[in-house]
Design a protein around this ligand. Structure first.
Ligand SMILES: Cc1cc2nc3c(=O)[nH]c(=O)nc-3n(C[C@H](O)[C@H](O)[C@H](O)COP(=O)(O)O)c2cc1C
Length: 196
């Protein structure tokens, strides 16, 4: 199976990067092929240009999209599984990934009408500083899950799942060390046991 990963974190030393590594290791062990759009490393431009805004707002479905956007759409079209790996920043994804959705979800490809191939599965792997219990109690978890799965993924994938790797800032050192190891095992298993 071909898996395309959209990854958004500026630092290779981060917990989020360790999640990416563990997930990819699992994919490789299971014989899946993976590709990555590493948005910071690519210097992905997250802002719509005036021409892109005009295309969306004028419903210019037949107008061309920029080359970097077309390249992202081609990666999605070629994959059966889409994965988004990022840290929670202010109860959402980093701005570079929000900008990826702003630009890559173009009219005529991602909506009105959707002509991108429907993915079999979309997986969201998301690192958070708070605990999941805290994020659920405040409604932030539900907000993030709804935004990603109901709005951004929606019917563009047949199956979808939001997985939170929580606690990096809320837990004390020892508890976090244990939780971190459990999270990396879980990310590895998600890659190795990826099912259709
Ligand atoms: C700018 C910024 C905003 C953040 N906002 C949140 C937040 O809203 N909720 C949360 O649970 N954690 C938040 N965090 C914490 C990260 O999600 C957390 O550290 C995560 O585990 C990523 O760790 P990493 O940077 O080592 O990959 C934020 C961190 C940064 C740098």
């Amino acid at each position: 199976m071909r898996v395309h990963i959209v990854y958004a974190h500026p630092s290779d030393g981060s917990f989020t990067h360790a999640l990416l590594d563990a997930f990819q290791r699992g994919l490789t062990e299971a014989g899946h092929q993976s590709t990555v759009s590493d948005l910071y490393r690519m210097g992905f431009q997250p802002s719509l240009t005036p021409a892109e805004y005009l295309r969306e707002s004028s419903h210019g479905v037949d107008w061309p999209v920029p080359d970097d956007v077309a390249a992202e759409q081609a990666e999605l079209d070629a994959a059966q599984v889409w994965t988004f790996v990022y840290p929670v920043w202010w109860t959402d994804c980093p701005a570079i990934l929000k900008g990826w959705f702003d630009r890559v979800w173009t009219i005529g490809q991602a909506y009105h009408p959707t002509t991108l191939n429907q993915a079999d599965q979309a997986l969201v792997l998301c690192a958070a500083g708070h605990t999941a219990d805290h994020l659920r109690a405040t409604g932030c978890y539900q907000a993030m899950e709804t935004t990603m799965l109901t709005d951004r993924i929606a019917e563009r994938a047949k199956a979808k799942r939001f997985v939170l790797f929580d606690g990096s800032e809320a837990l004390a050192d020892d508890a976090w060390r244990r939780r971190r190891a459990e999270h990396l095992d879980a990310a590895h298993r998600l890659g190795r046991e990826l099912a259709m």
